[in-house]
Design a protein around this ligand. Structure first.
Ligand code: SAM
Length: 232
């Protein structure tokens, strides 16, 4: 796994610089992309639906410790923080790019208690079973298989037994889904590791990591998107 370092010294995975310099790494990219309407457009109008489903699934007053693994554009994290605040819980967010964490802080209230950690999701510096809730929002399609496996192992390691983990990401749309032929070839050039999720179920991509848990899956937009929930 070759890596480069940011000015802050955090190792940036090579795939991130190679595939996503234009989306996440450069400060100008962050300024350009972090617009809810643009993210909604990229997710074919389904960003708001997915964001709201995730919030609904966690509930609107979340207690205990919540971990969001990697930042995302749009208002999901500020809204998640509102739910956590209502439930008197805490919210931690990790991301391997300091520029993303800085951007997130700008979207949160000045006095917010959200803690941010510049960390690789494949190697979380947290003890086992620390969190009651873990969220992985549209990260797994962006990472190579070896990272996917490590990220999932880490996400489940830091989750308390009986805690809730939510994964929202691309799914495998049916052969008849028109976007499979019209747009996915183009999107696949921009997001090369996403193709695996368009073609196989996540529990077949990550059989060893996922088999110890029971997963409830909900599909959206003809299967192009999915939300997986497990409580053990
Ligand atoms: C969650 S994904 C994108 C979500 C979706 N495109 C959106 O904005 O709604 C993007 C984030 O993942 C982060 N990321 C990618 N690989 C990572 C890793 N190994 N560890 C931690 N963060 C990572 C990137 O730095 C970026 O901030």
């Amino acid at each position: 796994m070759s890596q480069m370092n940011t000015a802050a010294g955090a190792p940036v995975p090579a795939y991130l610089e190679k595939n996503y310099w234009w989306a996440y790494v450069r400060p100008s990219a962050v300024r350009f992309w972090d617009r809810p309407w643009l993210i909604n457009l990229i997710l074919f109008g389904k960003y708001r639906t997915l964001r709201d489903k995730v919030l609904h699934e966690f509930g609107h007053a979340i207690s205990g410790k919540t971990l969001q693994i990697s930042c995302c554009y749009g208002e999901l994290t500020p809204r998640l923080f509102e739910c956590v605040k209502k439930g008197r819980g805490t919210l931690d967010v990790v991301d391997v790019l300091p520029v993303q964490l800085e951007n997130l802080k700008r979207k949160l209230p000045k006095d917010s208690s959200v803690q941010t950690f510049p960390m690789d999701a494949a190697l979380l510096d947290f003890p086992d079973a620390l969190y009651e809730q873990v969220l992985v929002f549209f990260l797994l399609h962006e990472v190579p298989q070896e990272y996917r496996e490590k990220i999932m192992r880490e996400a489940l390691r830091v989750l308390k037994p009986g805690g809730k983990i939510i994964i929202a990401d691309y799914g495998a749309p049916s052969c008849f889904h028109p976007l499979r032929y019209l747009l996915l070839p183009l999107l696949g050039r921009l997001e090369p590791t996403a193709r695996e999720l368009w073609n196989r179920e996540l529990n077949r991509i990550l059989p060893n990591e996922m088999r110890a848990h029971t997963w409830r899956k909900t599909s959206y937009f003809g299967g192009l998107y999915q939300m997986l929930v497990s409580t053990g």
